[in-house]
Design a protein around this ligand. Structure first.
Ligand code: FAD
Ligand code: FES
Ligand code: FES
Length: 496
């Protein structure tokens, strides 16, 4: 076992002695890098945003919430904090534009905005000709999305958005003179690769269970789970780390599945789309762009860029939250969970049969999710995914509705209707599905389907919404999906 990790922080390779499960934010602040702030410690405010690069020279920097990123998942990776953005250089374009546009007031949230905007700008191609032709509104929308995981409660977002737009225009004008962060050299020694596969102990020579294991393939993952049955799997950590930061749970023994190569890939065969359980939503969105473009549209409502850069489908399903967004969506896509046991035996379970109660799944103790599979034929039908939440971005659902309809001529051949936020677990509404089959989707049919839905669901009242509100929203979502299927063009609504 090892207890020293090599991590590159601000272009300096550090030997970091690990004695406990720390978040990246805790480490940074304990070691003098206090430009990165703690606002909420739960991934919501973005004050702790830093840039992370997985493989030197091979990948882009991504923005992540350091408050819920375990330090132990970062061996061999490169981190840039706000201090590293300008080391030996003039201010980064987004920094001086924020100054020029008066985009900073309290200074607490500003480093997070700087890092989110810098991450976006670094990865964005800004060619002068294309920028001149692009509608200003779409550039603005991009900036808004880039900072959708950052909260400012004083200055207001207008000057911050203006700074982001100005920085992109500046990059376009500078052309090849723009000094990208990616040009920063880094030389983490290659022994890191060997070190990655070794468990990390809480102290040198410790006989206790390791605090983190980072298997590189399925066999290593199976072996780790068999050797340490008490270990918890950690993917993006965007649910799990809240147990540490919000509830004070120490999270003693974790197995990271982020480096398990078979779980990181998405692939397409003649029959199915296979999404690795540990692929982040950003990776999934990029991969599915051509085969499933509406997924990318929907994912813009999932958390924030920082969350989507880390969070995974495996984590979302295993958490089994009644308001998890992906479960209803996958239910109506007839998706299956590919489950693997530590003995290497695999079985496939329909997502519609995966949940058995509040935060409970049918997974056995010695099983985990390897991938999610969706048949290619499922992409032919009409589908709609609607999310109702208090804020448009960076918020979890109050009600999530997903709809799939096969209407070959004038009558419905197949209907699938699923919701999150209406019960203790995500549910398919079979009564409504059965009712719709064989029907023509006219106003009378839609009204009867809505009435039936309200009769069979029994939503809870909680801090997010009353039962009556949920019931009303669920019925409106159903009506909207059915009317859009019938060709009605309805105005876009932004909830939040
Ligand atoms: C600020 C914020 C915003 C969020 N917004 C949304 C949102 O809009 N919609 C939404 O649905 N959720 C949201 N979430 C919740 C969370 O991001 C998702 O549920 C996410 O998909 C979890 O994935 P993860 O990789 O981070 O899981 P982790 O936190 O790593 O793991 C979660 C649980 O799943 C288990 N697990 C992980 N991978 C596997 C596997 N392969 N097999 C078996 N068990 C596994 C872990 O042991 C753990 O118990 C948000 C969270 C935060 C902090
Ligand atoms: S401190 Fe708020 S997102 Fe990390
Ligand atoms: S500048 Fe920090 S809350 Fe607005």
């Amino acid at each position: 076992m090892v207890n020293i990790l090599k991590i590159d922080i601000n272009n300096e390779t550090m030997d970091i002695v690990i004695n406990e499960q720390l978040t990246l934010l805790q480490y940074l602040r304990q070691n003098g890098l206090t430009g990165t702030k703690e606002g909420c410690a739960s991934g919501d405010c973005g004050a702790c945003t830093v840039l992370l690069r997985d493989k030197m020279g091979e990948a882009d920097f991504i923005a992540v919430n350091s408050c819920i990123t375990p330090m132990l998942q970062l061996a061999g990776k490169q981190v840039i904090t706000v201090e590293g953005l300008t080391a030996d250089q003039p201010l980064h374009a987004v920094q001086h534009q924020l100054i020029d546009k008066h985009g900073s007031q309290c200074g607490f949230c500003t480093p997070g905005f700087v890092m989110s905007l810098a991450g976006w700008l670094e990865n964005r191609i800004c060619e002068q000709g294309a920028m001149a032709q692009a509608p200003a509104i779409s550039l603005r929308a991009e900036v808004v999305e880039a900072i959708s995981g950052n909260l400012c409660r004083c200055t207001g977002y207008k000057p911050i958005i203006e700074a982001g737009i100005a920085a992109a225009l500046e990059k376009a004008e500078a052309g090849s003179r723009f000094q990208p962060l990616l040009s920063l050299k880094s030389d983490i020694p290659s022994q890191m690769d060997a070190q990655l596969s070794e468990p990390v102990a809480a102290g040198e020579g410790s006989s206790k269970a390791p605090v983190m294991m980072t298997p590189g393939n399925l066999q290593e993952l199976d072996a780790s789970l068999m050797r340490w049955p008490q270990a918890r799997l950690c993917a993006g950590g965007t649910d799990l780390l809240l147990e540490k930061t919000q509830q004070g749970n120490p999270l003693d023994c974790l197995i990271s599945c982020l480096e398990v190569k078979e779980m990181n890939v998405c692939s397409t065969s003649e029959k199915a789309l296979l999404i690795g359980a540990a692929a982040s939503y950003s990776v999934i969105e990029q991969y599915c762009n051509s085969i499933w473009p509406d997924l990318g549209q929907f994912l813009k409502r999932f958390g924030s860029p920082q969350i989507r850069n880390r969070a995974t489908l495996g984590g979302n399903l295993a958490t089994a939250s009644p308001v998890g967004d992906m479960s209803p969506l996958l239910m109506v896509m007839n998706a299956s969970v590919i489950v693997r046991s530590v003995q290497g035996v695999e079985r496939s379970i329909a997502v519609s049969e995966f949940f058995k109660g509040y935060r409970q799944t049918v997974l056995n103790d010695a099983e985990y999710i390897r991938a999610v599979s969706i048949g290619r034929d499922e992409f032919n039908g009409f589908r709609r995914f609607f999310k109702n939440s208090k804020r448009t971005m960076d918020d979890i659902s109050t009600v999530m509705g997903a709809f799939y309809l096969d209407v070959p001529s004038s009558r419905v051949r197949e209907a699938r209707v699923a919701y999150g936020g209406l019960a203790a677990m995500p549910v398919r509404v079979k009564a409504v599905e059965d009712f719709l089959v064989g029907k023509e989707l006219n106003q009378a049919c839609i009204s009867r389907a809505q009435a039936l839905l309200r009769e069979v669901i029994n939503p809870l009242s909680d801090v997010r919404a009353s039962a009556d509100y949920r019931s009303h929203i669920a019925a409106s979502m159903l009506s909207r999906a059915l009317r859009e299927q019938s060709g009605e063009i309805l105005p876009l609504v932004t909830v939040g």
